[in-house]
Design a protein around this ligand. Structure first.
Ligand code: PRP
Ligand code: URA
Length: 211
């Protein structure tokens, strides 16, 4: 259905945790913790291609050349506001990552997203970037965020979401076919208000308890 740039998680823990998140009766506290946990599990997959080198270690038995991360520079970029919920899950696995932030608002007439805030590490153009947001619905926000990171010179960009609609995946692939997309699940589609069906509702409201 999708090409090799789309990575849909098949791990039972991801599926199980997403099901709890989809339940409208799940508390804000549990929802927030699950966003972070699922974020960490998807990060595990999204970092599978990190380059390794070797270094010498002395075990209690002998000296040996052993694998270690090559120390490639990495940045995680949450789309405000719901993307913030995913940051600590990424940082738990890649603690040296820098964090950039992108804020987006939607023009009420054109419905097009616009970047109103973009604060990045100075050397972001030299870093591998993972943009994080729980939801990929129409794809407008993700496309605009990727465009902004490319404008800043970033060349190796990944997108990580918890739940995606096929429409959002298609939109990202149309404008940014070079970007790998990592999704916890791909749902049926969008309703007339642009919400993912069955989805999990408004991710930002559920993370921050604003509804
Ligand atoms: C949500 C979500 C994405 C966007 C997805 O954010 O976190 O950023 O919608 O929709 P799209 O794919 O159609 O662009 P929202 O605009 O609700 O803001 P919030 O993070 O402040 O809740
Ligand atoms: N944004 C959300 O938070 N949820 C959706 O289902 C779609 C967009």
């Amino acid at each position: 259905m999708f090409n090799e740039k789309v990575h849909v998680m098949t791990h039972p823990l991801v599926a199980h945790k997403l099901t709890i998140m989809r339940d409208k009766n799940t508390s804000v506290k549990d929802f927030r913790e699950l966003v972070s946990e699922v974020g960490m599990l998807i990060t595990y997959e999204a970092t599978r291609d990190l380059p390794l080198t070797t270094k010498e270690v002395e075990t209690p038995i002998c000296k040996a050349e052993m694998p270690t991360l090559a120390g490639k520079k990495f940045a995680v970029v949450p789309i405000l506001r719901a993307g913030l919920g995913l940051v600590d899950g990424v940082l738990r696995l890649v603690p040296s990552a820098r964090v950039g932030h992108i804020g987006m608002y939607r023009d009420e007439e054109t419905l097009q997203p616009h970047v109103y805030f973009s604060k990045m590490p100075k050397d972001v153009a030299e870093r591998d970037v993972i943009i994080v947001d729980p939801m990929l619905a129409t794809g407008g926000s993700a496309v605009a965020a990727i465009t902004e990171m490319k404008r800043r010179g970033c060349q190796n960009i990944k997108l990580m979401v918890l739940v995606a609609a096929p429409e959002g995946i298609a939109a990202v692939q149309k404008d940014h076919p070079d970007v790998d997309i990592y999704c916890g699940a791909v749902d049926e589609g969008l309703n007339e208000r642009g919400y993912i069906v069955p989805g999990l509702g408004d991710a930002g409201d559920r993370i921050f308890g604003t509804k």
